[in-house]
Structures are given as structure tokens and as C-alpha cells.
Design a protein around this ligand. Structure first.
Ligand code: GLU
Length: 610
């Protein structure tokens, strides 16, 4: 995820406008920024690593000449944040500049072909293949629009791009699975990842659809649809919509808070994550399989993802891992680990000091480190021997939601590859599990669509309660722990997540009439025993809120409130869907109590103290 902008200004230099637009897009990504403009047949570029204001102070973007240009604020996916990896990227002769949001999955193959054709690359990004491909395509057509149309069918993956040519009289933009909107103003014409980029200049917007390409000049926009072979059909330009949002609302995509936006973004985040290279998973699985001992190390929500992984690795891969809370890592098991150990560290920011500290310690003892993180170039990636990136994009809400979803999806996927190595899964079974996993994003969409209002109502009913239990069995223990953590973090409600079976060994003493208990109850093999736990709590007057299958009429009838979910194509990955109602429950509990869920007190997004 990142922010891109293209602008043609009717009068005066466009660079200050591009810089301010990027600033308004910075919430989409902020590890590096760059601007390219064209004037007198030359492309001018300024770019660097860092936040836009810091870079601007040092290199002053505003002096770039010309009334046409493109800009980018990056969230690295391929290649760490650096000046060379910052966008815009150019062809061999600096005739073409491109900004890109998304991931080109087949970039290595394309890069190899281009290198063999004599092209020279300057960055490690996937993006850089695009300007070089356009350079080649311009040998067959003199029109930029046609050249871009020839290139797009070669790109696998996701993209929103804006292309600038040195001639400097036109921009070409296109999208597939990454957002792009056109803005039509009195004094300029724009395209961007998101409306805030051009909101002060115009409210008239046209949202582009997948496989659409737009040719922008000072005279207006021409819309083209490409079929799968890249054959173009010119379409009449759609009538622009007048957006009513403020900039703040637009940055949150119209949602009142980033957290809610990010909960809704989970399907996209999982889809992007599952697009990762098969070879990355195979490599990870191989390393895990080749070690005698395997531990996971993580903190907070990431720890809950590793706990879920422990169950998935056991049930799907017949593979035992020991889960370690990062801050305990050096004090508990470290002395019994060494070269025979693989450490699977999970951290969204890649900067969680507890995790880094444990990993460093174990690495010193000779262990091999694998990391799963959402942040390219973060400290963990420099320590780890192998890294897999989740593709959640920047998460602004302090309480993790979409990064958790992508960690679960990554670990779920990994468990299937590991299962093949241990012999627990045939290749066919692994593929079936992966096919099932790929259906989860759509299920989350359905769950949110069908249940958000019911969850809001439930939050209303329980608003005055100051204690909750979240109970589950098996893998749902991880889900329950995460549900309890979310409501603690943002609604400041005391909640305990507990294995349901264990709850009778102590916690049940707290239950009195009206005590709310959330049961996480997917229809897996724990479901039968869970019913006993529900009955125990009901017998003491607890109010039961179940998150269960829509087909589970028994539990629905036993519950005071039931949030029912569609049947899952594989119950083994249940936390990916079952955590969603719990995230929404915490969100609405926070709102009803008057708290800002994006910035909970006493917490930080990346915890960088021991
Ligand atoms: N994949 C591109 C990169 O790593 C674009 C990332 C983005 O969307 O910011 O540079």
C-alpha cells in the first residue's frame, strides 16, 4: 500500500501541489517519498527515504520545474526503504517515470528478460520493470497510451500506476486491484490512490475500475477498458461524483476511525498476503522441518497469532512448536536452545523490542531465525536469516486488526506446506486447504456485511458491564485471548481470555447473574465439549454471547446473544473469521464508552522498550 498522485496544472509549477498532495496521502505509507516532473523535454526527479516533510527540508521538492508531474509515498514491499528504491522509477534513458502502488508478482522473470535485453536496473523494487517495459513498447508505438496498454497484460499481481513521459504533455494511469481515482478540477486534472490527494483542488471524482486506463491531458481525460489480452475499447467518461467528505474523513475512506477502516480492509489484506511467492513458504517450511526444536516468539496480538499457529501446525502439519512470549524468551527456554533450534518470530512492526531482544539472544546461541513481519527494512528483517512479509499495508490504528489477519493467513498457509514435508498432507490435500484458505477473504466480507449491526446492538446492551470472559477451546483459545485483548486495549473494559475447559479451575468463581461471557464456538471438534462449559456458566446466571456457526441452532438457542457466521470451507483456520466479530465488538464498545479507538491510552503502535 502507498499513495500515488499524478497532476497536470493549468498554470505554474506543479511540484508544491504534488508535495502537499503526498502529505495528505502519507497515512497510506511513509517510508520514502519522491516526485518527478517534466519540463522542456526532460524529467526531473527528487526522492529519498524518510517522511515527506523531512525530505522536503533537505532537498526542497518545490523547485522542480514544470506543470505536469507524479508523486509517491512508499510502503516498501520489494527492497528496503532507500533513496534508490524510492519511486518514481525510470527507464534506461530517463524518458519515462512511473509511480506504482501494488505488487508485480512476476517481476523477477520480467527483470531477467529485460536484463538479457540490455536494460539497466537501479533499484531492487518490483516496480522498476514497468518503465523498462514501457521503454521497449515505445519502440513499437509512438503513443504513450498504447505503449502502456501493451505492457499491462504482461504484469501479474496488483497495480495502480501513473506514467509520465519526458515530452511532458500527458499522463497515463491504470489500475488492477489497487485503488485509483481521477479528479477533474477547474485549474487542473489529477489521478491519485485516494481522494484526499486532490480534495482541496476538486471534489469531482471518477473511481476507476480494474483494467481501466486513463489518458490525461490539460484538455481532459479519455477512458479505455482493456480486455485480458490488452485489447483496448474506448469508453465514454463516466459522470464525476461530487465527494462531500472532509480531508480527515477521506483519509479514513469515509469511516469514522482508522480501526474500523482497517477491520474492513482485512479481506484485501489477506488476499494480498496470500499472493506471496510459493517458494517463500516452501523455504520457511523447509527450515522449520530441518530443525530439531522450533519455537515461536512474539508479543501482544502477534503472540496470539503464534498461539493459533501452534494449533494449526499440530493439526495440519503434525508438527510441534513451543510458543514463547517474547518478553519471557530469554528467561524461560533460551538456555535449552541452540543450533538445533529454529525461531519463528512474528512482529507486525518488526521493531518490537521484546521480540528483537529474544531473537538476538537466541541468534547468539546459534539458532536460525525466521521472521514474519509487515514492515520491509525493519530491524527484525536485518536480524533474521529468512523473512516472509505480510501484505497488510500500513496499519494506523494502534490496536492490531488487519495485521493479525495477515499473520494468521501466513501461518495458515505455512502450516499446509509444512504438512507436506512431515507427510501429514498430500500435495492434493495441501492444495485443497489452500483453496479453502483463499475463500476466507470473501467470508469476512459476508460476516461484516451481515453482522456489523447485530454486533453494534450487542455492544449497546453490554455497555455498562465492567468485566467479561472470552472463552474458547483448542485454536479458539487464541481467538478468545485476542478478543479479550482488543476490548481491554481500546474500550478499557476488564476482560479475561481463557481456555474454556480451564475456566472451571478458578475463573468461574467470579461468575454471578448477568456476568457476560463471550464463547468462541466454531463447529470444530471442540464444539461438543464447549457446550458443557456454556451450561456450567449458564447455571450460574452468566449471560452468554456466542460467536458460532449459523447452523448451530443448539448453541444459538442457549445464548442470550448469538453472532452467527457462515459455514467455513476449512474449520482449521477458524480464527481468521471468528476474530472479526470480536474486533467489531471491541470497536463499538470503545465508541459507546466515548473512547478514541485509534489512539488508546498508554499504548504505542510499536513497543520499543523492554
Ligand atoms: N511494490 C512497490 C515497492 O516496493 C510499491 C509498494 C507500494 O505500494 O508502496 O516499491
Amino acid at each position: 500500500m502507498c499513495g500515488i498522485i499524478g497532476a497536470i496544472h493549468m498554470k505554474g509549477n506543479v511540484a508544491p501541489l504534488l508535495r502537499k498532495s503526498l502529505k495528505r496521502l502519507e497515512y497510506r505509507g511513509y517510508d520514502s517519498s519522491g516526485i518527478a516532473t517534466a519540463a522542456n523535454g526532460v524529467i526531473f526527479i527528487k526522492k529519498d527515504k524518510g517522511k515527506i516533510d523531512e525530505i522536503h527540508q533537505q532537498i526542497n521538492f518545490d523547485t522542480l520545474p514544470g506543470s505536469i508531474g507524479i508523486g509517491h509515498t512508499r510502503w516498501a514491499t520489494h527492497g528496503p526503504p532507500s533513496k534508490l528504491n524510492a519511486h518514481p522509477h525510470t527507464d534506461c534513458y530517463d524518458r519515462i517515470a512511473v509511480v506504482h502502488n501494488g505488487i508485480i508478482e512476476n517481476y523477477q522473470e520480467l527483470r531477467q528478460i529485460l536484463l538479457e535485453g540490455g536494460h539497466q536496473f537501479r533499484s531492487q523494487t518490483d516496480t522498476e520493470v514497468i518503465p523498462h517495459l514501457i521503454e521497449d513498447a515505445l519502440n513499437h508505438t509512438s503513443r504513450l497510451e498504447n505503449a502502456v496498454a501493451r505492457v499491462l497484460p504482461k504484469l501479474e499481481g496488483s497495480y495502480a500506476i501513473v506514467v509520465l513521459e519526458a515530452k511532458g504533455n500527458e499522463l497515463v494511469c491504470a489500475r488492477k486491484e489497487s485503488p485509483l481515482v481521477i479528479g477533474l478540477g477547474q485549474r487542473g486534472i489529477y489521478c491519485a490512490s485516494d481522494v484526499p490527494a486532490f480534495l482541496p483542488m476538486t471534489r469531482k471524482t471518477i473511481v476507476l475500475e480494474d483494467n481501466e486506463l486513463v489518458h490525461l491531458t490539460a484538455n481532459g481525460a479519455l477512458l479505455t477498458r482493456l480486455d485480458e489480452n490488452g485489447s483496448p475499447t474506448r469508453l465514454p467518461l463516466r459522470i464525476p461524483t461530487e465527494v462531500q467528505w472532509t480531508i480527515d474523513m477521506a483519509q479514513k475512506g469515509g469511516y469514522p476511525h482508522f480501526m474500523l477502516k482497517e477491520i474492513h480492509e482485512q479481506p484485501t489484506a489477506i488476499r494480498d498476503t496470500l499472493r506471496m511467492k510459493k517458494s517463500d513458504f516452501e523455504n520457511f517450511a523447509d527450515v522449520l522441518h530441518n530443525h530439531k526444536k522450533v519455537i515461536t516468539v512474539a508479543a501482544g496480538t502477534s503472540y496470539h497469532a503464534t498461539l493459533a499457529a501452534k494449533y494449526m501446525f499440530s493439526q495440519i502439519s503434525n508438527f510441534l512448536v513451543h510458543d514463547v512470549i517474547a518478553s519471557e524468551g530469554t528467561d524461560t527456554v533460551a538456555s535449552s536452545l541452540g543450533e538445533d533450534t529454529a525461531v519463528l518470530a512474528v512482529t507486525q512492526s518488526g521493531e518490537t523490542v521484546d521480540t528483537l531482544h529474544a531473537v538476538k539472544h537466541l541468534k547468539k546461541q546459534g539458532s536460525t531465525v525466521l521472521a514474519i513481519t509487515n514492515t520491509v527494512g525493519s530491524s527484525i528483517t536485518r536480524m533474521a536469516d529468512h523473512v516472509v512479509y505480510t501484505q497488510a499495508g500500513p496499519e494506523i490504528g494502534v490496536a492490531a486488526t488487519k495485521t493479525f489477519a495477515t499473520q494468521l493467513a501466513t501461518l495458515a498457509s505455512l502450516s499446509t506446506y509444512l504438512g507436506v514435508l512431515t507427510g501429514a498432507q498430500t500435495i492434493k490435500e495441501k492444495n485443497e486447504l489452500l483453496a479453502a484458505l483463499n475463500q476466507f477473504p470473501e467470508l469476512i466480507e459476508i460476516i461484516i456485511r451481515n453482522q456489523e449491526n447485530a454486533i453494534k446492538d450487542a455492544s449497546q446492551e453490554y455497555i455498562t458491564r465492567s468485566n467479561f470472559f472470552f472463552l474458547g477451546r483448542g485454536i479458539s483459545t487464541a481467538t478468545a485471548l485476542e478478543g479479550a485483548l482488543k476490548i481491554k486495549e481500546i474500550a478499557y473494559v476488564h476482560a479475561e481470555g481463557y481456555p474454556a475447559g480451564e475456566s472451571k479451575h478458578g475463573p468461574i468463581a467470579l461468575v454471578e447473574p448477568g456476568f457476560p461471557i463471550v464463547f468462541v464456538a466454531p463447529n470444530d471438534k471442540t464444539r461438543r465439549h464447549l457446550e458443557g462449559n456454556v451450561m456450567e456458566m449458564k447455571a450460574r446466571g452468566a449471560q452468554i454471547i456466542s460467536i458460532c456457526s449459523a447452523q448451530d441452532t443448539t448453541l444459538i438457542n442457549l445464548s442470550d446473544h448469538a453472532i452467527s457466521l457462515p459455514p467455513l470451507p476449512s474449520i482449521l483456520f477458524s480464527p481468521i473469521c471468528y476474530v472479526v466479530p470480536l474486533q467489531l465488538l471491541a470497536y463499538y464498545a470503545a465508541i459507546l464508552r466515548g473512547h478514541n479507538p485509534d489512539q488508546p491510552r498508554n499504548l504505542a503502535k510499536a513497543v520499543t522498550v523492554l
